[in-house]
Design a protein around this ligand. Structure first.
Ligand code: URA
Length: 215
């Protein structure tokens, strides 16, 4: 099972705020934002850079910059994945955002597609990188479908990173069994799924908590 977990006190502290059922929407989003920076840094650690000479006020410096021939696609799985988008765009302003519209059928737990907003994907597929964003890697069904969608467009499996806040062992297994080269970055790995496909201990319904739509 391949998943990179962020093991950091700032992440752990903010996760405790997020998990707490008494945390209101504003505090929930602020805590999640603090963790998102670390997730996006980790998820982009292997993006290609090229050398560039920069003139400092004193002399030349050998620097590294993003390779402008590469295409980076930020792909939030709607709706909860949007919570990662603002920080991801702040850190990666040159990226294209490709919204992936899916919801989970509550009976079958299978994803239902309703939107697939795509930007043209570059010819040179070695240089296309996708960050798939979803705070909850639960059953793994949406994750597998979303990865499949990008692979069907020619994106290389090893160039896809799945970014989640909380993962379940079942979701990690489902995704790695299907696509072993997809890297998974998560703030933590929880215990298990309940019978309704929710992660335990988890945080409840991420979309409801982010968008304040709890009953
Ligand atoms: N989606 C959520 O929002 N929460 C879960 O625990 C599982 C899936």
């Amino acid at each position: 099972m391949e998943v990179k977990i962020l093991n950091h006190p700032i992440v752990k502290h903010n996760l405790s705020i997020i998990r707490d059922k008494n945390t209101d929407c504003e505090r929930f989003k602020n805590a999640l934002k603090r963790i998102t920076y670390s997730l996006i840094y980790e998820a982009t650690a292997n993006l290609p850079t090229i050398n560039k000479i920069i003139e400092t006020p004193l002399c030349e410096a050998n620097c590294e910059v993003f390779d402008s021939r590469a295409q980076l696609i930020i792909a939030p799985i709607l709706r909860a994945g949007m919570i990662f988008c603002e920080v991801a765009q702040e850190l990666l302003p040159f990226a294209n955002v490709h919204h992936v519209g899916m919801y989970r059928d509550e009976e079958t737990l299978e994803p239902v597609w309703y939107y697939d907003k795509r930007k043209d994907i570059k010819e040179d597929k070695d240089k296309v990188f996708v960050l798939l964003l979803d705070p909850m890697l639960a059953t793994g069904n949406s994750a597998v479908d979303a990865v499949e969608n990008f692979i069907s467009k020619g994106v290389k499996e090893e160039n896809i990173v799945f970014v989640s806040l909380i993962s379940s062992p079942e979701g990690v297994k489902r995704l790695t069994d299907a696509y072993s080269k997809v890297q998974i970055i998560s703030a933590c790995l929880d215990d298990k799924l309940n019978s309704k496909g929710y992660i335990l201990p988890g945080l409840g319904d991420a979309g409801d908590r982010i968008y304040n739509t709890l009953d």
